[in-house]
Design a protein around this ligand. Structure first.
Ligand SMILES: [Zn+2]
Length: 299
């Protein structure tokens, strides 16, 4: 912020009396520190009595944003189309979050080998080992450790994804190995990190004294909850966790229970997360712009 103000300040010094410049500089400094250091979030959560919203002020220097499984392709054509649509707006959110000092972790599960030897990958691998307060998930699913549905905290998910959730109308997609990397629309900046590993994520967070973790990406009913860097694991580790609820999607086939349209299915899973795991907010709290909405969401 200070750097951007410099040309303006130089001009003001030339055209205004000294005392005016002083007052202006003071005002600018106050604005800059307010904007730089704190993220104001409207956190929505639920309990038995209903939905509630409260404002939280998160220190941006103690906050990480983790992008889950925004792959370059998907075995389900509809899922791939929605990731492509969301990736551009998400990249804008990530850019703004990064500019405000939030640490960005790219987590494209099972394809980190694509990023072998790039600095963002090495940063994750070389972060000093830190012991976790509770053991990390150690059962494996889909190429990483996995935190399964936890009967102590949650009921079964409100959507039936047992068919893996191809939402295509008519011919259904065949499951295949479709992804090779993170979608290229989401840029990796020099200061970011890249990992799909729970211990590496913990090491990165510990090294930076990060207390708050924002999750976004896909798919909420599967990886955004279950991966070893994602919601369930971060809650178990004691982080303050929140879901950026407009920057996610689910694998849900509307032909399956509860028989609602795809986007209502996603909303139901968001509500499940708000009830059992962590609050949610929209990207508006970072960008000041309207929340993202899929074009196919005609509700
Ligand atoms: Zn499909």
């Amino acid at each position: 912020m200070q750097i951007q103000f410099r040309p303006l300040i130089a001009t003001l010094r030339r055209i205004l009396p000294f005392s005016c410049v002083g007052v202006l500089l003071l005002a600018m400094n106050i604005c800059a520190s307010a904007a730089d250091g704190v993220l104001q979030l409207k956190l929505r959560s639920r309990d038995a009595s209903g939905v509630s919203e409260k404002t939280a002020a998160w220190n941006t220097g103690k906050t990480a944003l983790i992008i889950c499984d925004m792959w370059d392709d998907h075995w389900c054509k509809s899922a791939a189309r929605r990731v492509t649509e969301m990736a551009g707006p998400l990249n804008e959110v990530v850019k703004q979050a990064r500019a405000r000092g939030i640490f960005i972790i790219h987590a494209p599960s099972s394809v980190t080998a694509f990023y072998k030897d790039i600095p963002q990958r090495r940063r994750a691998q070389s972060a000093p080992f830190a012991k976790t307060p509770v053991p990390l998930a150690n059962v494996e699913r889909w190429g990483t450790a996995w935190c399964w549905t936890d009967p102590k905290r949650e009921n079964v998910l409100p959507i039936d994804d047992s068919d893996m959730g191809c939402s295509c109308v008519g011919e259904k997609c065949t499951i295949r190995e479709a992804w090779t990397r993170q979608i290229s629309t989401i840029a990796l900046a020099p200061e970011d990190a890249l990992t799909d590993n729970g211990q590496e994520t913990w090491n990165l967070l510990t090294e930076r004294g990060i207390e708050n973790v924002i999750l976004c990406g896909v798919h909420l009913n599967m990886c955004v909850l279950g991966r070893p860097f994602a919601i369930r694991q971060q809650v178990y580790l004691g982080k303050k966790v929140s879901l950026m609820r407009d920057m996610t999607d689910t694998m849900y086939n509307p032909e399956r229970p509860p028989g609602v349209d795809h986007f209502t299915g996603t909303d139901l899973v968001v509500q499940h997360v708000e009830r059992h795991w962590c609050p949610s907010f929209t990207s508006s709290d970072i960008t000041g712009k309207p929340a993202f909405r899929f074009k196919e969401d005609k509700r």
